[in-house]
Design a protein around this ligand. Structure first.
Ligand code: DX5
Ligand code: ZN
Length: 231
């Protein structure tokens, strides 16, 4: 089944001194989501920002707030991120929180739920939860830092998850995160991803509207290429 192509610029790559303006620039440039990477220095080696920063950004944008929790105990903080204005919360299957309970907690807040897999975690790990999710995030770098190289071997994992989603006739999105640019987006979209996080590619570009348009175009073409001959 075909899905809408969505670009989610990652604020990790922005100039935080001008965060609100930079976020608004991506919105007027045509992106639907804004990706907010929360890191605790424990689940990943880096520390970024938490709920108070997200809450203060909230009033400057009506984009979907796509909050990616790279933290060891996501369940403990769902209330905080819900209150901060998250529209979608992603947590990691490798975290220390019980998966089902965390999914239910996020759902009880009226927030969309996404489960993420680190590169070493196999596709099948997410299958037991697939029916309960709005989105699956396939990490295409080791989480923790922006500006890393896209791991092209992750395309097999994307394909396996996409096949399972289609087999069960679900309308689950597949998001990819890490090293996405004008070229790598084609590989991810070709494999079946339709939501694309892009940090460096968007914020290091001189023309924000042009890069977002190009990412969307390349993803749309690659996605169609794979799925027209299959159906
Ligand atoms: C990495 C983060 C990403 C990161 C992506 O752990 O989850 O969202 O910001 O950055 P780029 O697009 O530069 O790889
Ligand atoms: Zn992320």
């Amino acid at each position: 089944m075909k899905r809408k192509i969505i670009i989610s610029p990652s604020m990790l790559a922005c100039d935080f001194g001008k965060a609100a303006q930079q976020m608004q620039k991506t919105e007027s440039a045509g992106s639907e989501y804004i990706h907010l990477d929360v890191m605790d220095g424990h689940f990943v080696p880096n520390i970024s920002f938490g709920a108070p920063v997200i809450k203060s950004l909230r009033r400057y944008s009506s984009q979907v707030f796509d909050v990616h929790l790279m933290i060891s105990h996501p369940l403990r903080y769902i209330d905080d991120f819900a209150d901060a204005g998250a529209d979608l919360i992603t947590f990691h299957i490798e975290s220390d929180s019980p998966v089902e309970e965390t999914i239910e907690k996020i759902r009880s807040k009226g927030i969309k739920v996404c489960l993420s897999l680190k590169p070493a975690t196999p596709a099948e790990a997410v299958f037991p939860y697939l029916d309960k999710l709005d989105m699956v995030l396939v990490m295409t770098v080791e989480p923790g830092f922006g500006g890393q190289k896209f791991m092209s071997e992750m395309t097999d994992k994307i394909k396996l998850i996409k096949e399972e989603i289609d087999k069960r006739s679900l309308d689950t999105d597949i998001q990819v995160d890490g090293g996405i640019n004008e070229e790598t987006i084609k590989l991810a979209a070709g494999a079946g991803a339709n939501v694309f996080v892009a940090g460096s590619a968007v914020f290091k570009a001189t023309d924000t509207a042009a890069i977002i348009a190009e990412l969307k175009k390349n993803a749309g073409e690659a996605y169609l290429n794979v799925y027209t001959h299959r159906s």
